[in-house]
Design a protein around this ligand. Structure first.
Ligand code: FES
Length: 62
């Protein structure tokens, strides 16, 4: 699923970047060589970054 249509950024790409790049969506996009265009995605992208950083690195429950 695309998070950012303007830059064709997939949710999986954004989650991967969240693990290596601190900061908000604009900083994550910059790390991918992208710049927000319309800005409609930034709020959702920030939520995905927060979610991945909070829950994404925890090991799966056995
Ligand atoms: S949808 Fe991401 S900048 Fe437009």
């Amino acid at each position: 699923m695309y998070v950012c249509i303007c830059n064709a950024i997939r949710e999986s790409e954004l989650r991967r970047v969240a693990r290596h790049v601190p900061g908000d969506a604009e900083q994550a996009y910059a790390a991918m060589g992208k710049v927000p265009q319309c800005g409609q995605c930034l709020c959702d992208a920030d939520c995905i970054l927060d979610e991945e950083r909070e829950f994404g690195l925890q090991p799966a429950a056995a």
